[in-house]
Design a protein around this ligand. Structure first.
Ligand code: IDP
Ligand code: MG
Length: 153
């Protein structure tokens, strides 16, 4: 099973969409292996968004990601990285397809509801960036056998 990192961004907290977004992941059959609220520091955001620090919108992104605490989630499932990315939709929410989280809940390129890891490699790094080992729980819901065929587990 793969694990991936999701961040419910400050706009999701402000707009009271936390429950609806988490509901989508749970209904899909993804497992919440870790979840907590935290205030992101500039330092952790510079690391997390290292690929964007030189972009003109970066100061605005920093401010936006620090506007309120966020909710960080470690989400587990078969092919979880790809599945969660697909559920998230395109970066610019106006281009994100209807049915995706960004496509359904946002009109913005910046205020786009969730972060989701873009590869297995970044998921591993990002989960360790936001969680300590004892904050990730290794359990399987009782309904696991109804959610997957035996050869998919
Ligand atoms: P992703 O979140 O879809 O992986 P990235 O390119 O990694 O997209 O960008 C990280 C975040 O930076 C985006 O989710 C968005 O909040 C913000 N961002 C990316 N491009 C722009 C832009 O052109 N203007 C404003 N914010 C942007
Ligand atoms: Mg990204």
């Amino acid at each position: 099973m793969e694990s991936t990192l999701v961040i419910l961004k400050p706009s999701t907290i402000q707009r009271a969409l936390v429950g609806q977004v988490i509901d989508r992941f749970q209904k899909k059959g993804l497992i919440i292996a870790g979840m907590k609220m935290m205030q992101l520091s500039e330092a952790i955001l510079r690391e997390h968004y290292a690929h964007l620090v030189d972009r003109p919108f970066f100061p605005g992104l920093l401010e936006s990601m620090r506007a309120t605490p966020v909710i960080v989630m470690c989400i587990k499932g078969r092919d979880a990285v790809e599945v969660v990315r697909a559920m998230t939709g395109a970066t610019n929410s106006r281009k994100a397809l209807p049915g995706t989280i960004r496509g359904d809940f946002s009109m913005s390129g910046q205020e786009n509801i969730v972060h989701a890891s873009d590869s297995l490699e970044s998921a591993d790094v990002e989960i360790r960036r936001f969680f300590t080992a004892d904050e990730i729980f290794d359990y399987n819901p009782a309904l696991m056998r109804s959610m997957y065929a035996p050869d998919e587990l």
